[in-house]
Design a protein. Sequence first.
Length: 635
Amino acid sequence: MGEERAGPSTPPWGLQDLPSSLVGSILSTLDIRSICSVSATSRSLHSSASLALSFLPSLHLLDIAPTLDLLQPLLPPNPHLRSLKVDCRRLDDSSIADLARPSLQELCIVNCDGFGGDLLTTIGSRCRDLRSLTLGSVGPQIDINASDLEQLLSGCTELECLKLDFDLLSFDHNNFTEPWQKAPRNLKSLEIALVLSTVVTEMLSLTIESGSPPYYIKSSIFPILQKLCLSVDCITDSLVISISKNLMFLSHLDLHDAPFIEPTVTSDLTNYGLQQINPRGTLKHLSLVRSQEFLYTFFHRVNDLGILLMAQTCSNLESVCLEGFCRVTDSGFRTILHSCTNLLNLTVCYGNQLTDLVFHDISATSLSLKHVSLRSCPLLSNVAIIGLVCNTDLTILDLRHCRSLGNEALKAVSTLPKLKVLLLDFMDIGDLGISYLVHIRSPLTSLTLRGCKRLTETGISAIFGSSFRHSLQVLDLSNIPTISDNTILALAKTGVPITELRLRECPLIGDTSVMALASMKVEGGWHGSSLRLLDLYKTGGITSLAFRWFKKPYFPRLRWLGVTGSTNRDLLCALERNRPFLHVSSHGEEIGSVYSDTSDGWYRHINNMEEVDELEQWLLEGENEYDEDEDMDME
């Protein structure tokens, strides 16, 4: 008998054989990063990924700054889009229609310098279902007027959280206060940057009449506001009294000022004003900050008596931040620790009279502090930290600019089992202190040692073999003159998964460090795969050779780069063309995005890291490749 003839073979099924609607439905359950990753696997899935973007509930692009041409493919018509966050550094008014989607409930757009007042007007007319709105750096200010603000407030009637993060100092009283009479009644959180305190005082005194004659009822324009954050020219008694009188349900108060001139008796915060804070006892968070940004000044008219009077109604506080209270002594600070039994977070900056005595008997309290910041408190010694560490739940400890703290303080800190963030800038510590710290039992994720000039390469290198080397992600070694390329070679050799590395003003750091970092592999990933921030401002040995290593495929996750201002302009332009989503700073400012959003896993450490970022690959797909020799010509 002859052999039976085999029938035609059936090709195996793949995703490409599924109905596009089904594939699109599956992809719509993924985040943008995962969708871009899937898109790169095949042409059919690329098409399905494009379709899936029409069903995404959220799109967050705060760590890159896309152009309109690159943004539009990510924002097709999508009635399901509820949350949109975009860095608008490279956008202008022509993109307003793409950003102001009627379906949105949350909109966060920052670095909006290219926009004018039309942005506010359009959002007010189109985004009527918004619950949360953040607008950052809108300008130029001459193009923004009261009618734009009124259109925004009257149009977004469902708004619950509003953050205006741009300069409003140019608004006079009438131009600023009148639009707020149309403010949404549901507003629970309000944040305003750079506004006159007198204007805010008048705004808060506005009332709305309801009912019918003769039984009119007057109520605040913010009847249920719970959170208020203001950056003003000067914090005054009048401002504090107006807040306390008109905001009945306030639980979070954050006031920040930076005076241009020395405040007078009638235009400053005094003991009397401090006594008026929180009359109903509803506050959970209180922050009063006087910055020395423009003038070296403090709250000279507040002393221990003011703190004592305030504490009588603030026993329910869970978070306290006091900066610039130079006349408050141990007595005042002890009052806070012993009165606020629910206190979790304590921040004291420029506590010029704060001493070890405040923490002498802290173990006798019922406190369980989790976050403590004691910046620029010159009288604190190691004894204070030995007392403080009885709070074994501490996760964040900030001791920057406490120049009297030394090695024994680190010995005490090394006993904390839950510590994750440790900031030690400009402390008097040496290699002995680091030898204590490397045995800490907690999984440190952030460590800053800026300006600790007694440290040597031996001490720094010990960190890379420490018990927390596998958890460390943020490291600041700036302004330490003894560290050199050998330190960075040790870092690269051990494969510590650093995501942010600052090496500012280190004269012995040169091209070798950049090459070592570019060649570094973490958990089997590609070259330099974990770094997303690298600050090399005023490092002594960086030349044009180092810039070759910032080309792809090296440093695929890098988003922030700090370099010296004298760097050749052609090098920077070539780098910008090769890496259009890289923020390059050459003016010495501190780098890093304050809007960094890691909740959606953008910078999650994963196995098998990709050679290039999937989203960047998606955005740039189809663009012409630059000739590397031309773009990065170092001659």
